[in-house]
Design a binder for this molecule. Structure first.
Ligand code: FES
Length: 56
């Protein structure tokens, strides 16, 4: 499932980036470009980030 349509970033890509140590949203933005255009994906990306970091 696409999380960020502007950059074509999937949930799987986001989770992989988080697992690789990108521990906050600025890391994901820098690494993948998430949220760097319209910003509509930011709430969903933050929810995935919270979910994934809670597992670790
Ligand atoms: Fe992610 Fe637009 S959907 S920046």
């Amino acid at each position: 499932m696409y999380v960020c349509l502007c950059k074509g970033i999937t949930e799987r890509q986001l989770k992989a980036a988080i697992a690789e140590g990108n521990a906050d949203f600025m890391d994901l933005k820098r690494e993948l470009g998430a949220g760097s255009q319209c910003g509509k994906c930011i709430p969903v990306a933050l929810a995935i980030l919270a979910e994934e970091t809670a597992k670790n």
